[in-house]
Design a protein around this ligand. Structure first.
Ligand SMILES: Cc1cc2nc3c(=O)[nH]c(=O)nc-3n(C[C@H](O)[C@H](O)[C@H](O)COP(=O)(O)OP(=O)(O)OC[C@H]3O[C@@H](n4cnc5c(N)ncnc54)[C@H](O)[C@@H]3O)c2cc1C
Length: 478
């Protein structure tokens, strides 16, 4: 067996770790083989988010949700050990480390997995190149790198990650415009401290930009520009939460019994979860319903005050959106998926909250008047060496614009466009009508955001780890 893993970020690390597990890849008769990882970036195993960057760019989730080993919530926390003590978010009561430090965990995990696989007779190697195409001239697959080399494989796992912020207003190339703020160590210091900065977007990337500007001593005005003005929710202190109703098993039982699952079914599971905890389901629904209309500053203040609130409602949604959500999404009727799409802003801000330490910075800047939020934005144009922003009937200017628009979940990364075209062209995979790729050959696997037919919520580490684990199982099944 010769496995080719295309892309060497978190998904590849999760896959290697799962293959190296004692019950990982074993083919009939104990046969081993080779595993070749193709990764062109110098920051092997770190992917787009976890390379070198400013210390203010933190992981977005508590340690239990950053484990790259599926089913082992303590794996990352155990690696972090004492190092976590200097990064504790006092409000959350858990360490939130700089993303580059989390990258060290990925490097460590990959190296341990490679050593374990080596001991079991596998030859694992890394080719520092991108893959542009896959052909199937005979029984085997042939990968072509962008350097023109060819590599044979029996199986291919695509771990190429997601897209970069789309340039909604066509501002690329204009001085003062930052098209992709990451890594922030190389982009934000180009912005003068007195500049009036407009950030397009109000999601987690926008929060990272605000917090990093503030840490750099930025003195000018900062404005979050968005169509909806919705900010991410704020994480609450983690509970040792084990949902009993909103689980993949319960969804599977419903599916088997009736052949379909509806949003009403999922709501019923949530209602049962809250009833067990003697919590008010209608109150939670009212909070969700108001997300797109309530003043975002008022909600931010309320949620910062409620970090310790013992109620489990939001915690259940945050956790299960990434664990049960991707599975349940595919079973829903098209009408329910369309309804959820129409509430995309609410679902995304609940499922991908900001960490309290960042929420506190935003709150301070909003209170001081240095930060504001402009909703209803419909145009951002370059004028006289700066920018003009149109929102509703009003206009304002900015000296610098930072793009923090979230790419769509199944966006094809630029570096994988040719590869995706090639897979679709050879019939090894098909393009899903709503984005992403569906393998059309049992030798082809996809891990991460490129997986076709997924929801609009981008993969988080637990989702990637779960997918990596099931891909390892599929590869290990002769
Ligand atoms: C800025 C940011 C911050 C995030 N923070 C968090 C967080 O705190 N917590 C959380 O749970 N989730 C977070 N996520 C979501 C998720 O954890 C990450 O997106 C995760 O890194 C995805 O892993 P991946 O391996 O699928 O993709 P990536 O990490 O992007 O890795 C993909 C790799 O594939 C390579 N590649 C692409 N095309 C090719 C090709 N043709 N040939 C060879 N190699 C190729 C790329 O160079 C890259 O290294 C974040 C996402 C982003 C974008």
């Amino acid at each position: 067996m010769d496995i080719a893993i295309v892309g060497g970020g978190s998904a590849a690390v999760g896959l290697l770790d799962a293959l190296a597990a004692p019950d990982g890849v074993t083919t009939a008769g104990g046969e081993t083989g080779t595993i070749t990882v193709f990764e062109p970036s110098p920051h092997l195993w770190r992917g787009r988010p976890y390379g070198p960057d400013l210390d203010t760019v933190l992981v977005n989730s508590p340690p239990a949700l950053m484990s790259i080993r599926s089913g082992d919530f303590g794996h990352y926390a155990a690696w972090l050990g004492e190092r976590g003590a200097e990064h504790v978010d006092e409000l959350l009561g858990r360490p939130l480390v700089p993303r580059a430090l989390y990258g060290d965990y990925l490097v460590h995990t990959a190296e341990k997995a490679i050593a374990a696989l080596g001991e079991r007779g596998w030859l694992v190697r890394v080719v520092p190149a991108g893959v542009d195409g896959v052909a199937r001239p005979g029984a085997r697959l042939v990968l072509r790198t962008n350097g023109g080399e060819e590599h044979e494989a029996t199986h291919v796992a695509l771990c190429v990650g997601g897209g970069t912020p789309p340039d909604l207003y066509g501002l690329a190339g204009h001085p003062g415009f930052t098209g992709d703020p990451y890594p922030m160590a190389g982009t934000l210091d180009r912005i003068p401290a007195e500049a009036d900065v407009a950030i397009i977007g109000s999601g987690l990337t926008a929060v990272d930009v605000v917090v990093s500007l503030a840490a750099h001593g930025h003195r000018g005005r900062i404005t979050l520009l968005s169509r909806s003005g919705v900010l991410p929710y704020v994480w609450q202190r983690p509970h040792d939460l084990r949902p009993r109703h909103v689980t993949a098993d319960r969804v599977a039982v419903l599916h088997q019994a009736r052949g379909f699952v509806t949003l009403d079914d999922l709501t019923g599971l949530l209602r049962a979860e809250l009833a067990d905890a003697a919590e008010d389901f209608d109150e939670l629904m009212a909070e969700l319903r108001d997300t797109e209309t309530e003043d975002p500053v008022r909600r931010l203040r309320r949620q910062l005050d409620a970090v310790d609130d013992p109620r489990i409602g939001r915690r259940v949604l945050q956790q299960t959106a990434h664990t049960v959500g991707p599975y349940a999404w595919r079973l829903l009727p098209a009408s329910d998926r369309a309804w959820l799409r129409s509430h995309r802003r609410t679902a995304t801000s609940v499922a991908s909250p900001m960490v309290p330490v960042n929420a506190a910075v935003l709150m301070r800047l909003l209170d001081s008047g240095q930060l504001d939020i402009t909703s209803g934005v419909h145009a951002v144009e370059p004028v006289n060496g700066g920018f003009r922003v149109r929102a509703g009937d009003s206009e304002r200017t900015a000296d610098a614009v930072v793009n923090a628009v979230n790419p769509s979940a199944q966006a094809v990364p630029l570096a994988a466009r040719q590869l995706v075209r090639s897979l679709a062209g050879t019939g090894l995979a098909t393009l899903h009508p709503s984005g992403g790729l569906i393998p059309a050959d049992p030798r082809v696997h996809v891990v991460g955001d490129l997986t076709g037919g997924g929801s609009y919520i981008t993969s988080s580490i637990p989702g990637i780890a779960a997918q990596a684990s099931s891909t390892a199982r599929a590869l290990g099944t002769p």
